[in-house]
Design a protein. Structure first.
Lengths: 305, 257
């Protein structure tokens, strides 16, 4: 039985007199123990899909099951299996960190949960903040509490909706070590992120959403293998020749160009030489997930692969 | 989840809602008690020798149960409405929305905590004001019944307001333009029998009148209408508000999209 099963999920709503189709027949399963990545640009429907899974929002069509429990008709069992880390940095200013966790635990009917709460606090580097009021915590610390809240009832499935948006490197490392450990212990993890290197490093399988539809769904290694395998990266102070500029990805001085084989690499270098340009720090590497992502998002067809 | 677990969830939410107001008890309990004492001192001083409602009952004595009930009703409303709107606006309602708690659990906990706050404030007002004038307690069962039914109705009404409102202004409007006038015009400060016929009729359309009249009956053994009539009106109002509340919670009105 899949840990999460999205079955032909659609969501439409009307805003400012405009009919919006946020999700359009999304179907895929996530197996128990997977570390699954859900990627897509802003507005692709990732958070809408997570909201339907969490019961924050109702689907217009289709259904979602968590360990076989329908999130609408059998919501209590479904929600007990889920630990959701919301995207927004929200907190209840009336309570301390420990009170927050004891209360969240109680909502799920779990009492006398002190030992696990202590373990969560230690694992997330919050032990010395246990009695601090939520208002006194920095943004990063509040984010850690959100993760602890999601895990406090020991859910088998953990959903992280862009948990590292705007957090520092140290927290990101702590968080991923902790989540990777949970995944090794058998928890299923569904992650949405904008940091593609994180998804590449952590997720065994990835789905990409575009305009409410799944446009790619495969093992991360297969997605990487399926794209142009070579990327040419260099730094350049002058503008690129027009022919190269059209297909290059330029970030400040850094230029990245896709090349299918050695002959194509040679053509690029020749074009640069002919234009009198001298690339610095030239390197040839394998395409990463960002390249795959941009490839898929820019493709006109947008068909599933 | 076992039935024990379900109950534990409801109990936790009830505890959280009570802890929330208790942590700021200076504002949620002490302040309304002080306000009631000020009303008693000012109105009692001005009107003690001018108004007589029941035989052998001075105006200050008459005023005390009204002020106690006003404290119960206004604070029961304030508890559920302010808690829900704060959680909606700050976004921390999500912690409750992702939990397995049913609409019954939400209802029981929010209304239960409102009853507790209303009764705590009412007891506080009573404890402080009872020293200012003689106060009999002829039929205590009515005191208890109307305090609980009134607080529950206002707690549920606060929950409705909290569900409906999208900003603090709307809760304040609900409080200032509906709850406050209905409480003030319900006979807290006077017996509706002292009003002209037309206004007596209007007062009888105000459900708050029955709650305060019935509550006062418990102290003096005298009331403007039969306490059974008052209990029927207050109880009927409670059932209607609770049914609407449970329905809106079940469909996730303005909280699930």
């Amino acid at each position: 039985m899949p840990a999460i099963s999205f079955q032909n999920v659609s969501k439409t709503y009307t805003t400012a007199g405009r009919h919006v189709r946020a999700l359009d027949g999304v179907s895929f399963d996530i197996e128990p123990g997977e570390f699954f990545g859900l990627l897509g640009p802003n507005g692709a429907g990732k958070t809408t899909l997570i909201s339907i899974l969490a019961g924050l929002s109702a689907a217009s069509g289709g259904k979602v099951l968590v360990h076989g429990h329908d999130v609408v008709t059998d919501y209590a069992a479904a929600r007990r299996s889920l630990g959701i880390v919301p995207q927004e940095l929200v907190f209840d200013p009336f309570f301390s960190v420990r009170e927050t966790l004891v209360i969240q635990s109680g909502y799920f009917g779990v009492r006398n949960n002190g030992a696990w709460i202590d373990e969560l606090l230690a694992g997330l580097g919050l032990a010395d903040k246990a009695h601090a009021n939520m208002r006194q915590l920095s943004g990063g610390m509040k984010r850690r509490v959100l993760v602890a809240q999601a895990l406090v009832h020991r859910p088998p499935v953990i959903v992280l909706d862009e948990p590292t948006a705007g957090v520092d490197v140290e927290l990101r490392q702590t968080l991923w070590q902790f989540v990777a450990r949970l995944n090794k212990e058998g928890h299923t993890v569904l992650l949405t992120t904008h940091y593609l290197e994180e998804a590449e490093a952590l997720c065994g399988r990835i789905a990409m959403l575009k305009q409410g539809r799944i446009v790619a769904l495969d093992r991360t290694t297969a997605l990487l293998a399926g794209t142009a395998s070579t990327m040419l990266r260099f730094k350049l102070d002058a503008p690129l020749p027009a022919a190269l500029a059209a297909r290059a990805r330029v970030t400040g001085r850094i230029v990245q160009l896709k090349a299918h084989d050695a002959a194509e690499v040679e053509q690029v270098l020749a074009a640069l030489r002919d234009a009198g340009l001298k690339p610095e720090d030239l390197e040839i590497g394998r395409a990463d997930l960002e390249d795959v992502f941009l490839d898929i998002m820019q493709s006109e067809s947008g068909g599933a692969r | 989840m076992s039935s024990h677990g379900l109950f534990a969830g409801t109990r936790t939410l009830l505890y959280k809602e009570m802890l929330r107001f208790w942590k700021v008890s200076f504002q949620t309990v002490a302040a309304p008690v002080l306000t009631a004492v000020l009303y008693l001192l000012i109105f009692g001083h001005v009107l003690e020798d001018h108004v007589k409602v029941y035989e052998d009952v001075g105006y200050t004595s008459f005023l005390i149960p009204g002020l106690v009930m006003m404290g119960v009703l206004q604070n029961a409303f304030a508890n559920s409405s302010s808690s829900l709107i704060q959680s909606k606006i700050t976004g921390n309602l999500v912690f409750l929305l992702v939990s397995p708690l049913s609409h019954w659990a939400w209802f029981t906990a929010y209304v239960g905590a409102s009853v507790v706050r209303g009764v705590v404030v009412g007891a506080g007002v009573l404890a402080v004001t009872m020293w200012f004038a003689p106060l009999p307690l002829v039929e205590p069962a009515w005191v208890f019944a109307f305090a609980v039914v009134g607080a529950a109705m206002m707690g549920a009404l606060g929950l409705l307001a909290g569900l409906w409102a999208e900003k603090f202004d709307q809760i304040a409007a609900f409080q200032n333009f509906i709850v406050m006038p209905m409480t003030f015009l319900s006979g807290v400060f006077y017996s509706v029998k002292s009003l002209p016929g037309f206004w007596q009729g209007v007062s009888h359309l105000n459900p708050f009148f029955y709650m305060i009249d019935g509550f006062r009956r418990g102290f003096f053994g005298a009331s403007d209408v039969s306490p059974w009539t008052s209990l029927a009106v207050a109880g009927g109002g409670l059932v209607v508000v609770c049914a609407l509340c449970l329905h809106l919670l079940r469909i996730g009105y303005k909280i699930r999209h």
